[in-house]
Every structure is written in structure tokens, then in C-alpha cells.
Design a protein around this ligand. Sequence first.
Ligand code: DC
Length: 223
Amino acid sequence: MSYAIAIDGPAGAGKSTIAKRIAKEMAFIYVDTGAMYRAMAVYFLDNKIGAEEEALINAACDNISVAIEYDNGVQQVLLNGENVTGRLRREEVGVMASKTSVYPKVREKLVELQRALAAEHNVVMDGRDIGTCVLPGAQLKIFLTASVEARAKRRYDELCGKGEKPDINEITEDIRERDYRDMNRDVSPLRAADDAVFVDSSHMGIEEVIKTVADLFHENVSR
Ligand code: DC
């Protein structure tokens, strides 16, 4: 039977950084489920389908295929056969993904793909609903969170590092809006599974968080 580590939490809590490192250390596959919602969002943006147009989005779902490949261990997302990985991190794509991930049809399609990957491989999967909905039987569930201020500061530093001149208030407001949407949607809202371990990274460095999760994993497998 394969082993699954589910890492859920709000945007900017550091899920992907942690999940990638843990996957590497354990020789598991890292599955970034947000990237799948982002790939669907790229399709809607390219085809000028608005986030509120549920009927058009439902119809479009039948024309979309999302697939995952690994290139030297790095996840690549294929949208109808085209590798769109390089386009996924843009802000407008993230906002569109947050808005369109509320639709059951969008979720059904991707949850199926996520479960198929976990059935075949040992995975570290990050997202919003992995422990609650996608893999309720995951052997280890982490809810990784951090204060809005800490997440905004990290995003601010990241953008400054890229030579941009971001506005910290705007970033903070975007994070608040994203949290609200992700936590208050009807289908699979962001919440911790009852058996998830809470890790608050507001005052922790990356290495400390990785050690915390790795220790939980080792404790879990030795039980
Ligand atoms: O983790 P991320 O920022 O790349 O995710 C983008 C959006 O996708 C997020 O705002 C909500 C949605 N998402 C989701 O609904 N369920 C998941 N398992 C992962 C992401």
C-alpha cells in the first residue's frame, strides 16, 4: 500500500517549499494540487471564460485534460498536452484558480487525478482539502498555517527579490480575500482534518518546519 502525507493550509504558508523538501528526503513524489487548479484557470483565461460563468466553465471541463509528469523530480503540468508549468505562478492565474475552484465540476476532475497519483505512488500532496476530502485515509496529515502578516511579509520579500516594488498593504488584502474565498466556499473548503497536526510557521524558519514534519513522519512510521 502506498503512503501519503497530506499538507493543507492557506496560501503563502510555505506548503510547497516544505512539501518539496519532505518529498525529496523521503523519496516520495511531490504533488502540487494548486498547480492543477491553476492549469484549469489558464484554460479559462485563454478562452476568455469569466470566473462567474459556471455554465461555460462546466462545459469547458469536458474539453480540458490536465496531466502531471515529472522532469528530474520536478512536477510539470500539461494542459491539453501543452506544458503550462511556466505560466502557473502568475497572480491573475492564482486569483482565477481560487475563484473557479469553487465549482464542483472543476474539483471532481482534479480530485480523480489526485487520487490516481496517490494510489500509484508514495506522495506528499499539498492543497486545501487533501486531508479532509482527497485522501481522508492519508497516514500523516499536516495543517500548515501562518499569520496573515507573516505570509504577506514572505510574499513581499519574494517579490522584492525578483526586483519588483510591491505594496505590502495590497498583498495583505489579497491574502485576506484569498483566505476568505478558500475557507468559505460550499465544496471542500479549506479546513484542517480532525486528525491533522497543526504547524504554525509564523515564527519558524524553513529548516525548523521541515524538521517538525520529518519528525512527525518518522514517529508515524515507527508506530
Ligand atoms: O496553492 P495555490 O495557491 O497554488 O492554489 C491556487 C488555488 O487553487 C487556491 O486559491 C484554491 C485552489 N485549490 C483548491 O481549491 N484545492 C486544492 N487542493 C488546491 C488549490
